[in-house]
Write a protein that binds this ligand. Sequence first.
Ligand code: ZN
Length: 369
Amino acid sequence: MNRIARVTISLLVVVFGSSRASAGLIFNITNQGGASPQMMTGFSQAAGMWSSLLNDSITVNIRINAVALSPGILGNTSAFFDAYTYSSVRNALLNDATSTDDLSSVANLPSGSVHSMLINRTSNNPNGALSATPYFDTGLGGAGQAGSQNNSTIRMTSANAKAMGLYPANASGSDGTINFTTSQAFDFDRSNGISAGQVDFVGLALHEIGHLLGFRGGIENLISNSTSPGLQDNQLLFLGPIDLFRFSTRSIGTGGGLGVNDWTADSTAKYFSVDGGATSLAAFSTGSQYGDGFEAHHWKNNLGLGVMDPTIVSGELVSISNIDLRAFDVIGYNLTAVPEPSSLVLVGIAGLMGTAIRRRSAANKIGGK
Ligand SMILES: [Zn+2]
């Protein structure tokens, strides 16, 4: 594409990027050059939906593009990440706590400078180098604990850090890039449902924006550590805010306890909880390897849980669910309002429809990063 065409497109972006809710989250959207006008409009629509649901006074800068992606991958997101101390993150969540879920989830985070996790596949696993057998890494020393750095570090997207107040709210640098595939027929008009054989573009954009906002943990990085020699526990500085609310009956059981998160790569069921693991609200995917085959920073597939499900199929209308919002709430965002009862009913119906559709058809994966 020549330079003049690019200039023309980026001028168009100013128009699309101006969607802004009063006092809510603002998106600045820039076309990297490949996104079609329909994609720009659809993306702006998706961004507007998030803006209407999250009222943090921050500006999120997103570049979008359309490129060739691997077969079956509809989109992917590359975000900018920064590391923060666990205590600063916990303090930020305490200061930001406005909802019942906020108060409950923060109250169950371990106090002090470290959090405790169940972990596996470290090079210093006491059960053998890179062993799949999990062990408790408390950050307080002991077998398999070369240091507490991974217990005292949280890595998150710059957008998430803005929401927590750990990064300037209106910093102008890019917060990440979202790519959409050029090889899928998209339906850009949700008003009449999604046509058979086409994928809901706005729904896909909602999903990828969700990753950029911070629905991105570190289990996939742990999976990448499974090749010798691998890293020790204290070198695995990839745990994200959403991972603090990832539990299993194992992590809260013998040797662990309430508030101890499950940061393992294996097929054991993991779930989202806002009370330290006592109550499971939704199942997570267990991982691209060693688990169910889906990247771990998603809800469990085919349960109709929400927009952060790992797959979307043609003909399916994808919507942000109540459980999606509860997750964004506890990782540092503030929800605009409690949905009206009628909205809740609609969300429930959408979820059921999604489940039914998925069962009929092989899924196209949504690529996540
Ligand atoms: Zn994804």
